[in-house]
Design a protein around this ligand. Structure first.
Ligand code: NAD
Ligand code: DAU
Length: 352
């Protein structure tokens, strides 16, 4: 079986659903269920004996020790994290706790468990750490994209905490020989994305008749990858990646934020037209994110060359699927927008 952390979040849950759609190997899904974790996303697995869900914190080494001893995973796929840059600006402590201390606890538990395995099981074991392109900092318009050898230069508390976790993972390979793999991926989008992030925020706010907040001039650039393509990349790295290596994962799809918002509005105008006017009328430029990285871009040639992975979706096909998914899943949206979500929206957007 494989042990997945953060498997009730956006990418983790997509990964678990995709994994069990193509494999009979069981998943132990370990997740704290913070505001970002959602068991509704995993509803279809409720009676599936291949999916075991345990609520818990990756900082809790004792629980990890006993779960590893009992279930003997052959791999750990580590998604669990605090993931939202804006929240890291308002409250960085949780990011240090989960992303740095939590990854450290998980590595310690993994090392202890791995050390006690047979030579054969030890050689086959993998610790796959899911990280981000944000560790590389920001690019100028004409800089080459981030490669695996680009120097780390994180700019937000979120990216600094992820960079720290990447360094710990690397050190556990170098010092102890733990067979680790790290992936650094660009911006994901797709079904089950929590509507604090740009794409799901814009889709759900547009439908609710609310303002569509664009930070600053909206000319910041991100590389966008459909979430199932990221899941496929992780499966491929787990299967064939070389321990100790890092792999950049990206969509070859750089877009300015304003262009992403325009495309979403145009799709909504086609699929769910308003009585009058366009969804574009709801766009508002609001104050910029402090320290906002201007541009991210990923050179994903290594994973293509060495492991044969490349994205299957284009931005056009992926974004259309995403908008359609949100239009067809009102119940999921309503549930994630209840409770804590409204407090966050008030805190983040109150000053316009
Ligand atoms: P998310 O915020 O949607 O989900 C995170 C999950 O981790 C939640 O289910 C949450 O309950 C769980 N969690 C948080 N703290 C925990 C703890 N202490 N112990 C156990 N579980 C805990 O995040 P996501 O967007 O799915 O991102 C998953 C991973 O991928 C993160 O490591 C993130 O840094 C990385 N990543 C995300 C993107 C992106 O665009 N979303 C891109 C590249 C890399
Ligand atoms: O690059 C990978 C990263 O992508 C991941 O590591 C993070 O976990 C993930 O959250 C994402 O970070 P970003 O900060 O790029 O994503 P977000 O959706 O928050 O913002 C995307 C861009 O849109 C960014 O330039 C900020 C801008 N933005 C965002 C929000 C929420 C707006 O203009 N308005 C908004 O309201």
């Amino acid at each position: 079986m494989i042990f997945v952390t953060g498997g009730a979040g956006f990418i983790g849950a997509n990964f678990v659903l995709n994994w069990l759609a193509q494999s009979d190997e069981s998943v132990l899904n370990f997740d704290k269920l913070t505001y970002a974790g959602n068991l509704n996303t995993l509803k279809s697995l409720q009676n599936d004996p291949r999916h075991l869900f345990v609520q818990g914190d990756i900082c809790d080494t004792a629980v990890l020790d006993s779960l590893f001893a009992k279930h003997q995973p052959r791999a750990i796929v580590h998604f669990a994290a605090e993931s939202h840059v804006d929240r890291s600006i308002h409250g960085p402590a949780a990011f240090i706790e989960t992303n740095v201390n939590g990854t450290f606890s998980l590595l310690e538990a993994a090392r202890k468990y791995w050390t006690g395995l047979s030579d054969e099981a030890k050689a086959g074991f993998r610790f796959l750490h899911v990280s981000t392109d944000e560790v590389y900092g920001t690019l100028e318009a004409d800089d080459p994209p981030f490669s695996e050898t680009t120097a780390y230069a994180p700019n937000s508390p979120y990216s600094a905490s992820k960079a720290a976790s990447d360094h710990l993972v690397r050190a556990y390979h170098h010092t102890y020989g733990l067979p680790v793999l790290t992936t650094n991926c660009s911006n994901n989008y797709g079904p089950y994305h929590f509507p604090e992030k740009l794409i799901p925020l814009v889709i759900t706010s547009a439908r609710a008749g609310k303002d569509l907040p664009v930070y600053g001039d909206g000319l910041q650039v991100r590389d966008w990858l459909f979430v199932t393509d990221h899941c496929a990349a992780i499966r491929r790295v787990l299967e064939a990646g070389k321990p100790g290596e890092t792999y950049n994962v990206g969509g070859w799809n750089e877009q300015t934020n304003i262009s992403v918002v325009h495309t979403i509005c145009d799709l909504l105008d086609e699929l769910a037209p308003k009585a009058s006017g366009s969804y574009r009328d709801q766009i508002r430029h609001v104050k910029d994110r402090p320290g906002h990285d201007r541009r991210y871009a990923i050179d994903a040639r290594k994973i293509e060359r060495e492991l044969g992975w490349k994205p299957a979706e284009t931005f056009q096909t992926g974004l259309r699927k995403t908008v359609e998914w949100y239009l067809n899943n009102n119940e999921w949206v309503a549930q994630v927008q209840s409770g804590e979500y409204q407090n966050w929206i008030n805190l983040q957007y109150q000053q316009g």
